[in-house]
Design a protein around this ligand. Structure first.
Ligand code: HEC
Length: 678
């Protein structure tokens, strides 16, 4: 994962208060039944409904959505008992005894705030216990998944879609995104995540005259990391979270005019690295986004109204969602952030029409963690996967094991942390993996998104997957097998004590814990066969610092801090020849780079800097061709698209929390002066 490195305090974590329901509502079940129900639940229900009743393959059995079910369907305990006895467990309905069903129902009720009393719940008396509309009590164990929203989402429509644009993106459009010059249909532009647009109007000859046409202010000033999505002249964008709110915007992509805006209100959440969101996914007439409080939400793409919403994880334990979802064949595929907490990562697919989970893959393998440390072993997947439709593979990079900087309680390779991983995209089953760093104790996770391209090796053309590691090499594997084809030359200053063990007094190391390459997505051009990587040098001091392992508490196991005095601090925009692994060119910057790259058919590579400069380079030579200062850090990936025959380039400028770059709230849209199109 990633952490702000210049000092770190709990005050930066946005941890609000859980709201517990009050008012006892005495009832017809006993605490002995709740206790027996707990073990039945663990053995027969938790695999689908989650250990915390938070939901998984089955719906949540606690919290607002289950409360809504109670009010609508299970108005008394008899109805809940009957449903459960007839239909559950879904894989073996009716297989428990009546006594066990009563106990497990008692357990579910206790977790929804109903209090045990003196009456034993039975099939006969259950209907006398009314549930609907009752104010529930604080559960006996003091833990509740009942999380209340400050307010439901609100939305506001400002104007019509330009020229009645059709904003419905189909599977065919997504599959053909590589040759769709007009649009930028998904975060990585194509399933390959290559961030290459075939547009040629802006070239290395004329890019110097790019001019802003709009600077849209979202009103949400905070670390801004989102990639816009553009379809038929409409731009969709998510903002970071400010005061427990985030916005999803639909803008006219040629003028910046607002079309609609939806404000989502968050419940309490925990984060390590800024209140960020990396963007929306758009398909089937909907806009999908993830939230820091672990919701996956679908909006109507034309109006911004909420279509459905589902909870994907438990925010109280440290899960938070920052990535752009991936849409493929009716599934919304997501991963989670949270690698600094004692929990484990996952990748999951949800039905795009209903929000029901289709599959979930847990990213820690018990065989590679000592004891039960896999349960809290991290390995979070928090940047957007690539997809190879031919091979049917979902391919992504994975984060650090937890605790980040101490491995003593998690002996073993700690798979599948710090890896490039391929799953069967339809089932979520593991196909292959390549681990970049075994048993990581430096936070050297694989965070930059995987990019797919073909390479030549031994005279043959091989389908490959590449990942710009924090360790400073670009790893290229065969995407049919996961076998390493080549590691690039190091693309950062290399190395000082790399892979040394942190000590009590500290070891100075290069690369530092931010890399190498951070989450910044690279771009890859079929014209040059270069991967364009944003990287940095940050000399860091790694020290060991024992800390407690408590659920819901940040757990690093150690500390790292920038070496300020005479410590190396710079950035590098690097072009790597993927056919040879050689660094083709490097453009140095004064500050470490974080954000993302874009490369175009006009042979221009774009990226932004923390000081507000948005830059363009000749993609072949690395010569800097243009720069425009946007006032706040340009720390987000740029995009390009075409409306009415005119090419536009857009990028968010809102700074960065983690590297303390000046914050803002703008999205800038550029084009060539009207006379220039040719
Ligand atoms: C193999 C997976 C699986 C297991 C095991 C399982 N469930 Fe379910 N459960 C589901 C699914 C899927 C649904 C949604 C079914 C539907 O829509 O009717 C569901 C629905 C429910 C509901 C209704 C929820 C609502 O909001 O309407 C309850 C209550 C429930 N299960 C209780 C249990 C209990 C208690 C157990 C253990 C005895 C259990 N389930 C075991 C998969 C499972």
């Amino acid at each position: 994962m990633i952490l702000r490195v210049v000092g770190f305090s709990a005050a930066m974590l946005s941890i609000g208060l859980l709201v517990f329901p009050s008012d006892a509502a005495g009832g017809g079940f006993t605490s002995a039944q709740v206790a027996s129900g707990a073990s039945t639940y663990a053995a027969r229900c938790s695999q689908c409904h989650g250990a915390q009743l938070q939901g998984g393959a089955g719906p949540a059995l606690a919290g607002p959505s289950f409360r809504a079910s109670i009010n609508a369907s299970y108005t008394d305990a008899g109805k809940l008992y009957d449903f459960t006895r007839k239909q559950m467990p879904a894989n073996a309905p009716g297989s428990l005894t009546p006594k066990q069903y009563a106990e497990v129902v008692a357990f579910v009720l206790a977790h929804n705030g109903f209090s045990p009393g003196g009456t034993t719940l039975t099939a006969q008396n259950a209907s006398a216990l009314h549930l609907a509309g009752m104010a529930a009590a604080t559960p006996a164990n003091g833990v509740s998944l009942e999380i209340q929203r400050a307010a439901p989402p609100t939305h506001q429509v400002f104007g019509p879609m330009p020229n009645n644009a059709n904003v419905t993106i189909t599977d065919d459009m997504l599959a053909g995104a590589a040759s769709d010059a007009n649009n930028w249909l998904m975060g990585g532009h194509t399933f390959a995540n290559d961030r290459y647009s075939p547009l040629t109007q802006v070239t290395s000859d004329n890019v110097g005259s790019l001019t802003p046409v709009a600077i849209v202010q979202t009103g949400m000033t905070a670390s801004f990391e989102a990639t816009p999505v553009v379809v038929n002249g409409v731009m969709y964008l998510s903002t970071p979270v400010v005061n427990s709110q985030m916005k999803i915007l639909a803008l006219n992509a040629a003028t910046g005019a607002r079309i609609w805006e939806t404000t989502y209100n968050l419940t309490p959440f925990k984060i390590c690295c800024g209140p960020v969101n990396r963007g929306v996914a758009v398909a089937y007439g909907k806009v999908y986004f993830l939230t820091l409080d672990d919701h996956l939400v679908a909006l109507d793409a034309a109006t911004g109204e909420v279509t459905w919403e589902t909870k994907v994880a438990d925010a109280t334990t440290g899960y938070s969602e920052t990535m752009t979802p991936t849409i493929y064949k009716g599934s919304v595929i997501i991963g989670s952030a949270g690698g600094e907490w004692a929990i484990r990562g996952f990748v999951a697919a949800y039905d795009a029409a209903t929000g029901k989970q289709r599959w979930r893959w847990w990213s820690t393998d018990p065989a590679t963690y000592s004891g039960t440390s896999w349960k809290s072993g991290g390995a979070f997947v928090w940047t957007t996967p690539a997809i190879d439709p031919q091979l049917g593979l979902l391919i992504f990079s994975s984060g650090n094991p937890n605790p980040d900087l101490s491995g003593i309680h998690r002996l073993g390779d700690n798979l599948y942390s710090d890896s490039i991983v391929a799953l069967d995209v339809d089932t979520g089953k593991l196909k292959w993996y390549y681990q970049e760093v075994k048993h990581d104790v430096w936070d050297y996770d694989a965070t930059s998104p995987v990019v797919l391209f073909d390479v030549t090796a031994n005279g043959a053309t091989i389908p490959a997957a590449g990942e710009a590691g924090k360790v400073g090499w670009f790893f290229i594997v065969d995407r049919r097998t996961g076998q390493l084809i080549r590691k690039s030359d190091p693309y950062v200053a290399f190395s000082k004590n790399v892979f040394s063990m942190p000590t009590k007094t500290g070891v100075e190391m290069l690369p530092g814990a931010n890399g190498g390459a951070e989450w910044s997505p690279p771009a890859w051009s079929p014209k040059t066969h270069f991967a364009y990587v944003l990287a940095m040098d940050q000399l860091m001091n790694f020290t060991t610092q024992p800390e407690k392992n408590e659920p819901g508490q940040l757990r690093l196991g150690s500390a790292f801090i920038n070496v300020k005095k005479n410590g190396l601090q710079d950035g590098r925009f690097v072009a790597i020849d993927t056919d040879t692994g050689k660094v083709a060119w490097t453009a140095m910057t004064a500050q470490p780079l974080i954000g993302g790259a874009l490369v175009t058919g006009g042979n221009v590579a774009f990226m932004g800097e923390g000081d507000g400069d948005f830059d363009a380079f000749d993609a072949t030579t690395g010569k800097k061709l243009w720069s425009y200062n946007l006032g706040a850090g340009v720390n987000a990936p740029p995009v390009t698209y075409q409306v009415d025959g005119q090419q536009y380039v857009a990028v968010a400028a809102g700074g960065n929390f983690q590297l303390t770059y000046p914050l803002g709230d703008a999205v800038a849209i550029f084009k060539l002066p009207s006379a220039a199109p040719k």
